[in-house]
Each structure stands twice: as C-alpha cells, then as structure tokens.
Design a protein around this ligand. Structure first.
Ligand SMILES: Cc1ncc(COP(=O)(O)O)c(C=O)c1O
Length: 430
C-alpha cells in the first residue's frame, strides 16, 4: 500500500509476498514449476552468480512461488527475511548450519518434539556438533550450560507434546546476556498465537507441515531471521562475519546487514545442502496460510473446551493444557500466547500404558497418526511412537510419559469430539 499504514495479520496472511503475476496478471501466486531461469545475457548471469544482483538462477536456490511463501511467513513473524526448506527438520539443520562447526554445541530445552531430541542428541553428532538438554524453566541451569563452544539456544514456544509454554522473554534475556542467538520453533503456536521475535528470538523455525499448511498435505519448513543479531560482535560466527571464499571473499554480515543470515542460508545453505522446498508444496502452504487466523481461533477454542471436559472427567488423571487455570504454566498464556494456549496437549488416562493404547484404538473421529496441526483431530500415544527412541527419563522430561496420550485438536464440532473421547474412554477404562 502507498500509505505507511501497518497491515493487520488477517491482511498479511492473504497478501504478503504475493502480487499479480507480472507476466500474466494471474491473481493467485502461480506454481512456477521450473528448474531454471533464462539469463538476459552473460553479464546478467555473472552478476547473479556473484550476488551483485538478486534474481532467479536455479530452483534449488530460489523459486518465485517458494519466495512468495518465504516473504509471507517473514511478514507474519515480523522478521527481516525467511528461507523455505523441504521439511521442519531440514529447517532446523539449515538454521544451525551457518552458526555451527565441529566441536560446537547448542543448549536445547528438554521439552521438544521427540524427533528433534533425536536429531539433536544423535544425528548432529555426525557433523561434530552436539546438544546439551536443560529444563528451560531453570534459567540458572540454562545459563550454566552455556560454554565457550555454545553457538545457539533452542526451544519451542508451545512444546510438543505437553503443550508447555516456554517463557520466551526470560530465555531471550539469558541468550542476550551470553551473546548467543535464540532459535525458537514456533510450529505449534504459529505467528497468530505468538511472534517469538517480539519476545527476543533471533531466529524462528517452523514445520510448515503443521498449522501453516493446516490440512496434512505438505511436508515443509521455514526459517525466519529477525535481522537483529550482531553476527560480527563476538567472532563466534565466522560464516557470517568473515570472508566467504566461495563468493570471492564476500563478508555476508558486512555486505548484507540484516539480510546476511537469509542470503547465507540461500547462497550457501540451499546451494550446498539442497534442502529446498518445492513450488507445489509452497503453493499448498500459501493456500493454507490465507486462513491461518480463522483456523487457529477455532483450534484454540475447541482445545480449551475439550481440555476442560477432560479435566473434569474421573477417568482422567490430569491434563497438561496451559490454557487451564490448574496448569503450572497458565500464567504465561497472557504474556506469551494471549490469544490462547494452542491446540496441542496431553492427558493421562487412569490405567496407564494399556489404557492409552486401548483409547487410541477406540477413537473414531480422532485419527491415529504421527502428525499435528491438521483440520482433523489427531491422537497419538507419544511414548510408543514419536518419543519411542527416547529413554524413559527423556520421555518423562519431554512430557511423553507412558501414561499420557497426545491430542491435536482440529476444527470439527467440539461436541462431536467430546462424544468420541467419551465413548473411547469408556472402552479404555472398562
Ligand atoms: C514442533 C515440531 N517441530 C518440528 C517438527 C519436524 O517437522 P517436519 O516433520 O516437517 O520435518 C515437528 C514434527 O512433528 C514438530 O512437531
């Protein structure tokens, strides 16, 4: 818009990153199903390869459909730039890549998606990276875990599976004090419930597979950079603050300022790791994001009603939803996620492991799948599935103990979901 008016979330989720197609006027962002782009001439090609001019070269690096999505998510998160990736897990590796090197570590929350705990505790070791896991409610322990080789602090806004809300303001204050970037996985909150950059995050990562696309059709990820971190201050981030030999000695931070991290992630990260999002996937996610706020409002309202109903049920031991006044983390809702505590939580079934397994099998409307953030309501027994690779202590710390079931509440009629839980609980606890 020509005026300086700041556009609202509901407008940005439809318009940010998109403009009528310059070639055809197409109103919806076209799916640019192309691998390469014709250069104007040899000089133009050379300028693009030298990063002297921004433009399209090859779709492993950038693609107009994928770029529209990156700009949209950056706008919704309040970031300077964003990069789309082939999955949420790819986004996590890509987010760490410019920061890390052999011997470097990250300090991560114990409350994370089980796949992330496995990625960080095992797979990244093959790169010579490592992770230390700490309860992020213990800020002294978090700060004490940081050492000379630490290069980032990592947590989730609303932690999967327990629905525990992280005190991002407090964690960001620690990150600030120790001069490290804070990376926040905002998958389960989405920017509609929380914008981690407003709370001090440096980078935000997403599994676009979940609420952003919203209907279980796409695997994708996004990294958003706040553009606020000083990569040159400590000498700890040479990929961004020292000359890059593959770009004729370009110093990303000096040359590109707040866009340094984003450009590095494209020009080096996507170029060499190749964890690229495809244009079809980006198209579906763009479609999904157009209704993000409408869906999230319903997800949250349904989750609140169902959590309240479960908490009052004698067949249930406890419910972890932070939106319940009984939750240890309830006081964080107003500050971190004022529109609601998300739609993901666990509850403990009386009867333990066996009752949980029976419940999952007895549910009819809830689908038993390893996913979350779908329009459909989903259920999983984390201890025997997503968090199966973890030790009993890790499962307990992550909120995935054997006696709890995780729900991802969809946007169906809440009464129907409650009726389904009621009949399944009757079978599970008979
Ligand atoms: C919170 C969270 N982050 C990241 C991921 C990984 O995303 P993807 O499955 O798209 O790789 C998941 C997947 O379940 C998740 O729940």
């Amino acid at each position: 818009m020509s005026s300086d008016r700041k556009l609202g979330f509901d407008t940005l989720q439809i318009h940010a990153g998109a403009r009528p197609d310059p070639a055809t006027g197409a109103r919806q962002v076209p799916i640019y199903q192309t691998t390469a782009y014709v250069f104007q001439d040899a000089d133009h090609a050379a300028r693009l390869f030298n990063l002297e001019e921004v433009g399209y070269i090859y779709s492993r690096l950038t693609n107009p459909t994928v770029q529209a999505l990156a700009e949209r998510v950056a706008a919704l998160e309040g970031g300077a730039g964003a990069v789309c990736c082939s999955s949420g897990h790819a986004a996590q590796i890509m987010a760490l890549f410019p920061l890390m090197g052999p011997g470097r570590n990250i300090v991560a929350s114990t409350r994370l998606y089980g796949g992330t705990i496995t990625q960080f505790s095992q797979t990244i070791r093959r790169f010579g990276w490592s992770a230390k896991f700490v309860d992020f409610d213990d800020l002294a322990a978090l700060e004490a875990a940081v050492d000379e080789d630490t290069r980032a602090i990592f947590c989730e806004t609303i932690a999967n599976p327990g629905g525990v809300i992280t005190d991002l303001d407090a964690v960001a204050a620690v990150a600030d004090r120790v001069g490290l970037p804070l990376i926040v996985d905002n998958t389960t909150a989405t920017p509609w419930l929380c914008r981690p950059i407003d709370h001090g995050a440096t980078l935000v990562v997403h599994s676009a597979t979940k609420y952003l696309t919203g209907n279980g059709t796409v695997t994708g990820g996004v990294i958003v950079d706040s553009g606020k971190f000083d990569w040159s201050a400590s000498g700890k981030f040479p990929s961004l603050s020292e000359p890059e030999s593959a770009y004729h000695g370009l110093v990303f931070h000096k040359a590109l300022g707040p866009m340094a991290y984003t450009f590095h992630s494209i020009a080096v990260g996507l170029r060499d790791l190749g964890m690229t999002m495809n244009p079809q996937g980006a198209h579906y996610t763009l479609m999904g994001i157009e209704t993000l706020s409408l869906r999230m409002a319903r997800h949250v309202e349904n989750a609140r009603r169902i959590a309240e109903w479960l908490e009052a049920d004698p067949r249930v031991d406890y419910v972890t939803y932070a939106g319940l006044p009984s939750s240890r983390w309830h006081d964080r809702v107003a500050r971190i996620c004022p529109k609601g505590a998300g739609a993901l939580f666990t509850f403990a079934v009386k009867g333990g492991y066996d009752a949980c397994v029976k419940l999952v099998d007895a549910l009819e409307l809830f689908s038993h799948v390893a996913n979350l953030g779908d329009t459909r309501s989903l259920v999983i027994h984390s201890a025997s599935t997503t968090h199966r690779q973890l030790s009993p202590e890790q499962q307990e710390a992550a909120g995935a103990a054997p006696n709890v079931v995780r729900l991802s509440i969809g946007i169906e009629d809440a009464d129907d979901l409650i009726a389904d839980l009621d009949q399944a609980l009757a079978k599970a606890t008979a």
